[in-house]
Design a protein around this ligand. Sequence first.
Ligand code: 13P
Ligand code: ZN
Ligand code: NA
Length: 283
Amino acid sequence: TILSTREMLLTAQKNNYAVPAFNIHNMETMQVVVDVARKLRSPLIIAATPSTVEYADRDYIVAMAQAAARQTDIPLAIHLDHHEEINDIERSIDAGFRSVMIDASKKPFEENIEIVKEIVAYAHKYDTTVEAELGKLVGQEDDLIVDENDSAYTDPEAAVEFVEKTGIDSLAVAIGTAHGLYKGTPKLDFDRLQQIRSEIDIPLVLHGASDVPDEFVKRTISLGICKVNVATDLKIPFSDAVKSYFLENPDANDPRKYMTPGKLAMEKIVEHKIKVCGSENRY
Ligand code: 13P
Ligand code: ZN
Ligand code: NA
């Protein structure tokens, strides 16, 4: 069955590892994350942004995830990543998603709280977990673009109030990671993370984990992160492998042939990220 992320994140939190949340776009990318997680006995969160839900169709995503869940007993969730539209979220819960991120981080504090509360009320009726974000990551995640001036780190005191008032199940923190790639080495505010962790007991989520040195990701996990979001680091090797295949085989036209190198390249990085998360052999 398709699960919420409640049990898997609380278990990860208790045992000091993180559940990887991999952004997928289609059947091939979903197969890769499921196959590797199954092989490594890792819990898995399959994440879909609004543009992925639009592209792949929510019913198809749910049906594919149900097929995957029938083939394996690892804990498996499908998660709405960075969703902003209340209506969209409710329709996807109706379709079978049991984990959602409502991203109202662009809104003023009080308004963010009101929007999140509304989603929590709906989601919890259907045993669906809710993640929300306080603070704002710089960078681009699909259609969501935040420039340097609009980015903001999570304020620990505000976070306490935010968690209390909204009733969310997990909190996405902004501590210096960015969506996409970095210009140099990212500077992460580990002290801030530690302070947030000391004051908040729900699972904490790291966005923008692509292009962050493994040691940094591991350190955030040791400081309380228990969900790690990865998108860009999977897209690049998949696309590069497909591009190389076409360069070597300019007449190729069989998707089963030209997609396969992409899947193989993506498998390697998914395996690596699971190891960085420490989620291998947990089930
Ligand atoms: P990256 O593309 O940097 O991995 O960010 C992923 C993310 O935060 C998805 O929500
Ligand atoms: Zn994100
Ligand atoms: Na990143």
